[in-house]
Design a protein around this ligand. Structure first.
Ligand SMILES: NC(=O)c1ccc[n+]([C@@H]2O[C@H](COP(=O)([O-])OP(=O)(O)OC[C@H]3O[C@@H](n4cnc5c(N)ncnc54)[C@H](O)[C@@H]3O)[C@@H](O)[C@H]2O)c1
Length: 416
């Protein structure tokens, strides 16, 4: 695919730098970066070259001539900056939550509808090898009608892993210390929405409160290890997903069940896929059970294999640049309406956790009446980057906080 060269700016050069590398492999030119962390800016310029213009302030950065912006700033603060891009018809690649509050979801959609920008949720997990294979099998029709899908993004981290603390949790009000276990939803909900084509209409959730014990370095204000989130979808199917969870052992997994059979990747077993049919409904020439490692079958396979997140980063960047090249919005669930639906699931699942598992309706922000319900709702569990305090608790046990000793050890880790 020959993609026309476009000029791209990167906002937030932690994760943003990894994404920039994939864009460059695809003929995009990184012309500017923006980050208010001086050390990160310097590191980025070393890697990208001195011709890249660097900015500390978004409003200066966005005035630099660019066709598209990679939004890789704080997880929950993407909407306000996406809106500034829309006002200039600059395309947006948003990594990964589209909006951190319900009200910002409404604002995002209203601004998008006045703009000529292409907007893509930069959710990469659907493009992992196992998910691509599951999609191929679903699309063959062999599983029958899809009625259930589940996915986990399960990422326990050793609290004594100094590198992780310093790189990912580098100040006490950092968003990762206040992240409810339903918000980081796109790595699990993204895949099942992509694979099945369904969109959640209702959500309910319960958290697992098992706080970290003893004298370990942590500044986390969330003692929940995971939340089990259930959605009822627009096609009658059900999803069960975790957002970022820390239970059992590390895995990214997906399972999809149809009326005739099921497919899943085996947790902790590389890219292995288990495909099973009901004996009386299996397709001709297929075994009842099959355990196998799928292949990419992609013309860019060699580059994909070197790219981050099992190749998914490259494929996701390619999808966005292809959309920009063709002047079309990305497909479900990477378009702006699906993106806000995913955020709504993450945000309202947390309210369900705080409310004993109460069922919440997922609004459709295509509809003005649904926008009205949430246009003034800016409740947030996070500190804003301007220093405003959270307005709702981030944990199911609402008074939970780290001990003084844990905080002391955390600050010691930062000094290392
Ligand atoms: N898809 C994936 O696999 C994946 C992997 C890692 C991170 N992410 C996502 O990427 C995003 C960034 O993650 P991260 O780990 O780099 O987070 P981070 O908190 O380490 O980095 C955010 C960066 O943005 C800068 N920033 C924030 N607000 C700013 C402002 N107002 N002005 C200037 N600079 C500002 C910060 O200084 C920081 O360098 C998050 O949304 C995260 O969820 C996705």
């Amino acid at each position: 695919m020959e993609i026309k060269k476009i000029k791209v700016g990167v906002f937030g050069v932690g994760r943003g730098l990894d994404i920039a590398k994939n864009f460059m492999l695809l003929n995009a030119e990184i012309v500017a970066i923006c980050d208010n962390h001086k050390g990160r800016r310097e590191e980025a310029i070393k890697k990208l070259g001195k011709s890249v213009k660097d900015f500390e302030n978004f409003d200066d950065f966005i005035n630099y001539p660019m066709d598209a912006v990679i939004l890789a700033n704080n997880f929950y603060e993407h909407a306000e900056f996406a809106i500034k891009c829309f006002e200039k018809n600059i395309h947006v690649f948003c990594e990964c939550l589209s909006n951190g509050t319900m009200g910002e979801g409404v604002k995002l959609i209203r601004a998008f509808e006045k703009s000529k920008s292409i907007y893509m949720l930069a959710e990469n997990y659907p493009q992992m090898l196992h998910n691509r294979e599951i999609k191929r099998v679903i699309d063959s029709g062999n599983l029958g009608e899809i009625m259930y899908a589940e996915a986990e993004y399960n990422h326990p981290v050793n609290p004594w892993y100094t590198y992780f603390t310093k790189k990912y949790k580098f100040y006490p009000e950092h968003w990762r210390h206040f992240l409810p276990k339903t918000y980081y939803i796109t790595h699990s909900l993204g895949p099942v929405m992509y694979l099945t084509g369904a969109t959640p209409k209702k959500v309910s959730a319960f958290a697992m409160f098992f706080p970290i014990k003893g004298d370990v370095p942590t500044a986390s204000h969330n003692g929940d290890k995971a939340s089990n989130i259930t959605t009822l979808n627009d096609d009658g199917s059900v999803f069960r997903v975790t957002a970022s969870s820390c239970f059992g052992a590390h895995n990214n997994s997906t399972r999809v069940c149809g009326t005739k059979g099921q497919i899943e990747n085996l947790r902790g077993m590389g890219d292995q896929i288990m495909l099973r049919y009901n004996e009386w409904e299996k397709p001709e020439n297929e075994p009842v059970e099959k355990l196998y490692t799928p292949s990419w079958n992609d013309k860019d396979e060699e580059i994909i294999k070197q790219s981050g997140h099992g190749g998914a980063d490259y494929v996701t960047a390619r999808m966005f640049l292809d959309c920009v090249d063709k002047g079309v919005q990305p497909p479900h669930p990477f378009d702006v309406y699906s993106a806000t639906a995913m955020s709504s699931v993450g945000i309202l699942a947390h309210r369900s956790v705080l409310d004993g598992g109460k069922v919440y309706e997922i609004p459709d922000f295509r509809k003005e009446e649904d926008r009205k319900l949430y246009e003034n709702d800016f409740l947030t569990p996070f500190y804003s980057s301007k220093g405003d305090a959270p307005t709702i608790p981030c944990c199911s046990h609402t008074d939970y906080k780290p001990t003084e000793k844990q905080m002391k050890l955390y600050f010691k880790e930062l000094e290392k």
